[in-house]
Design a binder for this molecule. Structure first.
Ligand code: PRP
Length: 208
């Protein structure tokens, strides 16, 4: 059996659609259930439903052989695993965003930046030689500049609708091409290559 760590939330349906095109029976993924371990009816695949940030944890440990995670999460977690494929789904970008008046005042000391991605933000600002105050949040990041908790945010932007609904704008696109990736545990790729590699080839065909 191949064990997959899958992000709960917006990536599940798109990931399931891709796997279905490869002949994987994903019917269990589309069921409305609170179960966190699911098995395909043919017992070829097991699925663990986890928070997006935990996909790399499960794959690095080997508990899951494969995983589907956003590049944003992979950059942030920086785990020891193989990134096999860009699946081309969940496309977004990591941006600095804030109120429109920040357009002319994006840099400067003591800029307060709220983000779920503190490790990535720390690297980005260190490379620029900019000293900022990072405020770690776990969600609803757009609320921070609206309430005065931060000056700007560093976050993923997909459609831009959350920014717009909260009166915020993209100030700078920092990392583009953020999309979902197929990742593999390094040992699993060797031990289960006979099962994993044909699936990777099928996925390549489907994406193309
Ligand atoms: C993400 C992100 C933004 C939003 C961007 O949050 O942090 O808030 O999606 O998407 P959009 O550009 O299409 O509006 P998510 O929905 O994952 O929820 P969260 O606030 O709980 O992190």
């Amino acid at each position: 059996m191949i064990y997959f760590a899958m992000s709960k939330g917006r990536l599940v349906e798109k990931s399931a659609a891709l796997l279905k095109k490869c002949g994987v029976d994903v019917s269990v993924l589309l069921e409305d259930t609170r179960k966190l371990v699911l098995e395909s009816p043919d017992k070829k695949f097991g699925f663990f439903l986890v928070k997006p940030a935990d996909v790399p944890v499960y794959v690095e440990s080997g508990v899951a052989d494969l995983g589907i995670a956003g590049k944003d999460t992979l950059l942030e977690e920086d785990r020891d695993l193989y990134e096999l494929l860009d699946l081309g789904i969940g496309k977004c970008r990591l941006c600095l965003a804030g109120p429109p008046e920040r357009r002319s005042a994006l840099t400067g000391p003591h800029l307060r930046v709220a983000t779920k991605y503190v490790n990535t933000a720390r690297r980005v600002f260190a490379e620029r030689g900019e000293d900022v105050e990072l405020i770690k949040l776990n969600g609803s990041v757009e609320l921070a500049p609206v309430t005065g908790l931060s000056d700007v945010i560093f976050d993923v932007v997909e459609t831009g609708s959350t920014l717009k609904a909260n009166g915020l704008v993209v100030l700078e696109e920092v990392i583009s091409g953020v999309s979902a990736r197929l990742v593999a545990n390094k040992v699993s790729l060797k031990l289960k290559s006979a099962d994993i590699l044909p699936l990777v080839e099928k996925l390549k065909e489907v994406i193309a």
